[in-house]
Ligand binder design. Structure first.
Ligand code: ZN
Length: 262
């Protein structure tokens, strides 16, 4: 049987520098997330971190990846633009992408959304109540109509994202704000899901409902079709290769065989 090949990418900074985070996630947040995914026999999850060569995402590895899960916070700026573009091209070609929590400001998410992805926030350990707003959505399978996280960071609207394809969860926070906390997109052939919870000083990725969402979202994002080859190519179609016979006419800017502008 073919398991969904999944890479959990973790920035892996606060686990090394903050005792609270290390106590909750002794093997790193990425390892806890991968553990949750590997509870499903249909998923094979491995991890990659910022500190590895090419951030653990060399092209050969990414080419075999069905779904990439991304958690970053403090070190978004240290992620290489070349690798961001590499990931974006894999998404357009059909790889799934799950962006978690503070990944709303990750370069890859902003690149794919094209909007600021900003929000309001507060770190006060308040209760978050997530409401399922799309009850038959596969990402919400097996969940109650709402669930709570006793301690979370608040993210509030307005959230600077494009209008989602689907909104699967809306969060309410104890302090009164609300937030679109589970939203889907299609970018090229790739399925993209943003899921809000996961502040590193709270045990969010040990929560059973959150772990269910992680597994569901990987299965939802998986695209079994073959990757689109050369997804960013913009080939010229010469006159003699046009589907219908035409005669060239009018003024010309480009020379025959020219690559064109980028
Ligand atoms: Zn946070």
């Amino acid at each position: 049987t073919m398991a969904i090949e999944t890479i959990v990418w973790g920035e892996n900074v606060h686990e090394q520098t903050n005792g609270t985070v290390r106590a909750i996630y002794p093997k790193g947040m990425h390892a806890a997330i991968a553990d949750a995914l590997n509870q499903d026999k249909g998923i094979h999850a491995t991890t990659a971190t910022l500190q590895e060569p090419e951030h653990g995402l060399p092209q050969v590895r990414l080419d075999k990846c069905d779904v990439l899960v991304w958690w970053g916070h403090q070190a978004h700026g240290e992620v290489s633009d070349e690798i961001v573009e590499r990931v974006a091209e894999r998404v357009w070609a059909g790889m799934g992408l799950i962006v978690l929590h503070s990944g709303h400001f990750a370069k890859i998410f902003k690149r794919l959304m094209g909007t600021p992805c900003n929000l309001t926030w507060r770190e006060a350990g308040e209760r978050e109540r997530l409401w399922v707003t799309s009850r038959n959505h596969p990402i919400a399978a097996g969940l109650p109509d709402h669930f709570e996280l006793e301690n979370e960071e608040m993210y509030g609207e307005p959230f600077g994202i494009p209008e989602p394809l689907e909104t699967v969860f809306i969060s309410w926070f104890q302090g009164g704000e609300v937030f679109r906390s589970g939203v889907t997109y299609k970018r090229g052939a790739g399925n993209v899901f943003y899921f809000r919870p996961g502040h590193e000083t709270y045990p969010t990725y040990h929560d059973a409902n959150v772990r269910t969402v992680l597994r569901n979202s990987v299965k939802w994002a998986y695209n079994p079709l073959a990757a689109i080859p050369n997804v960013t190519d913009a080939p010229n179609v010469p006159v003699d290769k046009a589907p219908e016979k035409i005669t060239e006419r009018g003024p010309k800017l480009h020379a025959a065989g020219e690559a064109g502008y980028r």
